[in-house]
Design a protein around this ligand. Structure first.
Ligand code: ACO
Length: 321
């Protein structure tokens, strides 16, 4: 059967690391408050010459190298971001140009923190229809550019970065590698809980992120547990069979609460929020690349990806590596 197989991963972070103590010099906050409420200890913040596309290009190059795939073989690029370099063209087309893999399909998807899950499921569908045989799926963000640095309730939570995977259509055995199932959801009724207060068609400005953290937290735990259960039911896999969960890294407490709801041991959850903070659409592929490169995730492992973000949007995918 034809499945979409993850054959390589890569990631990129900005040069500058900002610790909680660095932030406490500028904002009325403390390392203790941030660590206790979120688990975040530091984040990487883009310098002016670092943009969503430059981070995405670096992550994509590393993923291609890991997969042993030439840029010229890539026929599809889907880039998830809520912080594109420009309103248009899509940042994916800038990655395509920089890598010199012109001619194929390239577009952005916008599902905020769930963006990588949306991009992965879309790429999987397109590969299985034969639209392309090799794809780059990227999550890349520079959320530092849309943060209100005077608002301590939000600015301490986010960081910048990018992650990428190479996805290849392969004819595999039933118990072989590939994406086994994906489920995506959206509920636009909750816009005011997490949104950016600007945009080309409303204010003509980029705007700043606004969030009601407590309400987001409540919805996140319920929605994530539900979508994970859907994917498990669809595949007939039990939570105990999962080797690793690679979740969106919003907050250590959301990760703990979701794992508890599903009876998943904390040791199976890949956590990078302490080092990267919340990098929105980049967080899942950044965490995946971290756990691939340090040897935790191995070929044959069953890995669950999950994310929830503004919209609200949420989703999960199960893959065998
Ligand atoms: N430093 C110090 N004090 C702070 C800070 C800060 N950075 N931010 C808020 N406070 C204060 C508040 O002013 C408040 O003080 P008060 O009691 O005197 O009014 C107190 O801390 C508690 O504030 P709450 O907002 O009630 O704190 P809460 O325990 O809910 O934690 C947090 C806030 C961390 C945002 C939490 O609600 C959360 O994690 N929510 C999930 C949101 C999230 O992760 N969003 C990411 C995007 S969506 C996604 O990725 C899933």
């Amino acid at each position: 059967m034809i499945r979409s197989v993850i054959t390589g991963t890569g990631s990129a972070l900005p040069r500058t690391c900002v610790t909680n103590a660095d932030l406490a010099d500028k904002v009325d906050t403390s390392d203790e408050w941030i660590v206790e409420r979120t688990g975040i200890r530091q984040r990487y913040i883009a310098e002016p010459d670092e943009t969503t596309s430059t981070l995405a290009i670096d992550a994509a190059r590393r993923a291609l190298e890991a997969a042993g795939v030439e840029a010229s073989e890539i026929g599809l690029i889907i880039l998830a971001t809520a912080t594109p370099d420009h309103t248009f063209p899509a940042t994916a087309t800038q990655v395509q140009a920089a890598l010199e893999c012109g001619g194929g399909v390239a577009f952005d998807v916008q599902a905020v923190c769930s963006g990588f899950l949306y991009a992965l499921a879309t790429a999987d569908s397109l590969l299985r229809t034969g639209m392309a045989t090799k794809a780059l799926v990227i999550g890349a963000e520079t959320f530092s550019r849309i943060l209100d640095w005077e608002d301590r309730t939000t600015c301490v939570l986010f960081g910048d970065g990018a992650g990428a995977v190479v996805l290849e259509a392969q004819d595999v055995a039933d118990d072989g590698p590939g994406i086994l199932a994906s489920r995506l959801h959206a509920d636009g009724a909750h816009k005011d809980m997490l949104y950016v207060d600007g945009g080309p068609s409303t204010t003509g400005t980029v705007g700043k992120l606004r969030m009601k953290g407590r309400e987001v937290f409540r919805h996140a735990v319920v929605n994530l547990a539900n979508v994970l259960t859907e994917v498990l039911d669809e595949t007939g896999v039990s939570a105990a069979d999962i080797d690793w969960v690679v979740p969106h890294q919003a907050n250590a407490r959301i990760l703990d609460a979701t794992a508890r709801k599903l009876d998943l041991p904390a040791e199976k959850v890949v956590v990078t929020v302490d080092r990267h903070a919340n990098t929105s659409a980049a967080s899942v592929p950044l965490a995946l690349d971290t756990a691939m490169r340090d040897g935790r995730i191995k070929p044959g492992d069953l890995v669950m990806f999950e994310a929830m973000g503004g919209g609200f949007t949420w989703g999960a995918s199960l893959a065998r590596m």
